[in-house]
Design a protein. Structure first.
Length: 293
């Protein structure tokens, strides 16, 4: 029974993880590529981490076709439910944060002007009468409405900007291809780092540090991928990558440096020859593909 409960918990964790990746990437194609690439990475690193040594059914049926697909499907449906604007990596011009800021500034100036006019009119006009039945006066109702609007604005700051769909087009140009490959490598590293950190630091999967790390990467990945998307598609307004993208990149690289430093002398078993051939062939294909396409 404990083994069955642990297996069920692992399936739920897999589905939740891919639910989060779908919210970040917002594209079926990219999620499927990442899911298959991670399984190949597990095959390639079985000589270092024993928990990667699973049967083919666990790799491709339970993980890819059931847990990963279910989490991805629910995540994409969530994006479609909250979708306010469709994003295409090919033709549609992405949303501009600069335009949003200008619009917000103009609206704020217009509201301030309206408030000044209302205030001047209130000062010159006679004070409003107080209702005998104890109900709120017009001035008090206006103050309550202002507080309500300000409260809604504050709450919106802690909600996602949008749940729009991303359509990754990694073959339209060399820049798009390089960015997609780089993002895929970054997500693979972010997926593999926790397994190595747990092994090196002797932590259980339920350790609070492991859970906090996963939550932190998820919260940082949401705006990071969004900023990278805008930088790729609207470079005239987004002249540089956003701070969340740099923060996520620095976090993943720091984890890799920690793993390289503290794993010296631990993984003495050499990489199998067939894995070397497979990785070399994959690297050659990644280099040759943009030149041929």
């Amino acid at each position: 029974m404990p083994g069955i409960a642990a297996e069920h918990l692992q399936c739920v964790a897999h589905a939740l993880g891919w639910f989060g990746k779908a919210l970040i990437l917002r594209d079926y194609w990219f999620c499927w590529i990442l899911s298959i690439a991670f399984e190949f990475a597990e095959y390639s690193l079985q000589h270092q981490l024993a928990n990667f040594a699973e049967c083919w059914w666990d790799h491709w049926i339970l993980d890819v076709l059931i847990c990963n697909w279910l989490g991805t499907y629910i995540g994409m449906k969530t994006c479609e439910y909250f979708q306010v604007k469709h994003f295409s990596w090919r033709n549609v011009r992405p949303f501009s944060f600069a335009h949003s800021r200008r619009f917000s500034f103009a609206r704020r100036r217009r509201n301030e002007t309206t408030d000044d006019v209302d205030t001047s009119q209130t000062v010159t006009a006679a004070p409003p009468p107080v209702a005998d039945d104890g109900s709120a006066t017009p001035k008090k109702r206006k103050r309550q409405g202002t507080i309500r609007r300000n409260t809604q604005k504050v709450l919106k700051q802690f909600s996602p900007h949008d749940f729009t769909k991303f359509e990754w087009a990694g073959t339209t140009s060399f820049t798009a291809y390089f960015t997609v490959v780089l993002l895929l490598s970054l997500f693979l590293a972010a997926e593999l780092n926790p397994f190595y950190l747990k092994f090196l630091l002797w932590m259980e999967p339920s350790h609070p540090f492991v859970i906090a790390r996963l939550v932190g990467v998820f919260l940082c990945g949401l705006p990071a991928v969004r900023e990278l998307y805008q930088y790729m598609n609207d470079s005239r307004r987004a002249v540089r990558m956003g701070q969340h993208t740099w923060l996520l990149l620095a976090t993943i690289i720091t984890e890799l440096l920690v793993i390289i430093k503290w794993s010296r002398g631990l993984f003495t078993e050499p990489m199998p020859g067939k894995i070397k051939v497979f990785l070399s062939s994959l690297a050659v294909l990644l280099v040759l593909y943009p030149t041929v396409a």
